[in-house]
Ligand binder design. Structure first.
Ligand code: TRP
Length: 335
């Protein structure tokens, strides 16, 4: 028994919203690590489709994006045998637990969430209650699966923090139900900036199409976008604050090739920006090409895709139900 326990892998949970085109930023900042973590951890990954409707969505588009995001997860090499890969809305315990948690979350603490402030300013005509309580649903996503670690980027750190606060409070009031998850900062990860304005994060909502690369872009498009990437004026491939454009490209190249920034500088010593931009474009295109090919295969076979996510949904549900009923019981509900 002791042996079984010590051999047990630590648990990781993360989710991604099905918000249209995923970018190279999503890939290098998060998704590439999801794949790497699969060997070391017991991973649960979901398409957080319920979160998507905190802003207005077109039904047909949302549906297509849910399929597409799930297909991308598979195409990346996430393995449904090793990990649990599911669709959030298919496991009803997420919304159910979020009610229990909502009644144990204070209005005041939610009001401090910076993303709510940003998003409500951006969507001023639709400041709905779901947008406000979104971190509680995210807390439910996490706590249902009792993970040890949650990999999150800077923009989600505050939400993980509140999930921990809610869990600690709940455990204190009702007894131990939830594991308190830790943030996971991956060894190799990157904050990828816009190719057109390296002071801004790479974002698919950027109006300038040359500012971002989609995971599913084809080779020519990727190379063209890198050729057009803004560079700096030192005319050498060197990482420095004075060269945000080149530094961003060095980061991208370095995460993809596994070379350190110093090694990258050395490789391109005495060579111009043009050479370097082409090399980065080619490295990115070569990395993404097999993902796109796999994606095309999965998205072309909806029946198979559905079979895979139904299985993942059931695996997730078994774990989620256990935690949910434990929480219900502790709060005093009759089961
Ligand atoms: N809110 C996250 C985002 O917008 C997505 C998300 C939903 C998530 N539930 C989660 C991330 C649970 C980590 C854990 O990116």
């Amino acid at each position: 028994m002791a042996e079984i326990i010590t051999n047990e892998k630590k648990k990781v949970l993360s989710c991604i919203q099905p918000s249209g085109m995923l970018t190279l930023g999503n890939y290098l900042g998060a998704l590439k690590n999801w794949k790497n973590m699969q060997e070391e951890f017991d991973c649960t990954y979901a398409v957080a489709d319920l979160h998507a409707i905190t802003v207005r969505q077109e039904p047909a588009k949302l549906r297509a994006q849910i399929y597409s995001t799930y297909a991308i997860m598979l195409a990346l090499g996430l393995d449904p045998e090793k990990s649990t890969l599911f669709i959030q809305s298919h496991v009803a315990e997420h919304t159910a637990l979020s009610w229990l948690l909502s009644c144990n979350t204070q209005f005041g603490e939610m009001s401090r969430m910076t993303q709510f402030k940003d998003k409500s300013a951006k969507h001023a005509n639709n400041v709905n209650v779901g947008l406000f309580s979104y971190p509680v649903l995210m807390a439910a996503d996490i706590l249902l699966y009792q993970p040890d670690f949650v990999p999150v980027g800077a923009d989600q750190k505050q939400h993980l923090e509140i999930a921990r606060d809610i869990a600690i409070r709940f455990n204190n009031l009702y007894g131990d139900v939830f594991k308190i998850p830790e943030p996971y900062i991956p060894k190799a990860g990157a904050r990828v900036m816009s190719l057109q304005d390296p002071e801004k994060k790479m974002s698919k909502s950027d109006e300038n199409q040359n500012a971002w690369v989609a995971i599913l872009d084809d080779k020519d498009t990727i190379i063209r976008k890198f050729k057009r990437a803004v560079t700096d004026s030192e005319a050498c491939v060197r990482m420095s604050e004075a060269q945000p454009g080149i530094s961003n490209l060095i980061t991208i190249y370095s995460v993809i090739t596994g070379k350190t920034p110093a090694e990258v500088e050395k490789e391109f010593e005495g060579r111009g920006y043009g050479d370097f931009k082409l090399a980065v474009g080619e490295a990115v295109a070569d990395e993404l090409a097999p993902i796109k090919a796999e994606y095309d295969r999965f998205i072309g076979d909806k029946a198979e895709l559905e079979r895979i996510f139904r299985e993942g949904d059931m695996k997730a549900e078994r774990v989620a139900r256990k935690t949910y009923f434990k929480a219900m019981k502790k709060v005093g509900f009759v089961l």
